[in-house]
Ligand binder design. Structure first.
Ligand code: PLP
Length: 216
């Protein structure tokens, strides 16, 4: 699909759900994509992007940011604590805060760099051993730690298990956001973004559909 088609489908999904079209932001996932592919999207007006590797983002984005000043770049991959420094300096939001040690490492770096980077807490809604995200039972404690240390947590993020019905995970994340008093919900990818919009997503993360490497 083209960016225009994706936007049309987002608009239609918002209409069906009785939501305003500006209530959902499209984050373009550009992991593995070239500067040229990214530039094509920027020229069509896309400004919100996501990367899942710190090093790859460091290689690709400083040049693009120098050229296009209003870009917003979110980190959406697993973050090691020893990469907190680079992550805090490079990204406008970190969507994968999922454990106390990482919260403390990020807090320390934000103070050092005098840069307050908004975060999302990633929740492992499917409780998969190999996946990042805080276990649902530990969410309120992690959210509490973030409040105590004044980390600016905007919302929650999840990646549903590949073989599960995504709507169940989106509904669960929505419920967790309500109980923790958080507003933003980063959920939904190329294959399930319309479902995510119906379940209250405020940000959807789309990669393959935008680059025509996936038929949906
Ligand atoms: C790759 C990725 C996406 C985009 O997935 P597509 O199915 O290609 O749209 C979204 N979120 C995260 C965390 C990703 O790593």
């Amino acid at each position: 699909m083209s960016l225009a088609e994706v936007r049309n489908r987002i608009a239609a999904a918002c209409r069906d759900a009785g939501r305003g079209i500006n209530s959902v932001q499209l984050l373009a996932v550009t992991k593995g994509r070239s500067i040229e592919e990214i530039t094509t999207l920027i020229k069509q007006g896309q400004r919100l992007f996501g990367e899942n590797r710190v090093q790859e983002a460091q290689e690709k984005w400083p040049g693009l940011r120098a050229q296009y000043r209003d870009i917003q770049l979110h980190f959406i991959g697993h973050l090691q604590t020893n990469k907190a420094k680079e992550a805090v300096s490079l990204f406008d939001a970190i969507e994968t805060l999922d454990r106390p040690e990482l919260a403390l490492a990020l807090k320390k770096e934000m103070e050092k760099q005098k840069r307050r980077v908004p975060c999302f807490i990633q929740v492992n809604t499917g409780e998969e051993a190999q996946k990042g995200g805080v276990a649902p039972k530990d969410l309120s404690e992690l959210a509490g730690l973030c409040r105590e240390t004044s980390i600016d947590v905007r919302g929650l993020m999840c990646i549903p298990p590949a073989n599960d019905v995504p709507a169940l995970h989106f509904a669960l994340l929505h419920k967790f956001a309500e109980t923790t008093g958080l507003k933003e919900l980063s959920m939904g990818m190329s294959g399930d973004f319309e479902t995510a919009i119906r379940c209250g997503a405020t940000e959807i993360r789309i990669g393959s559909a935008l680059f025509n490497t996936m038929k949906i």
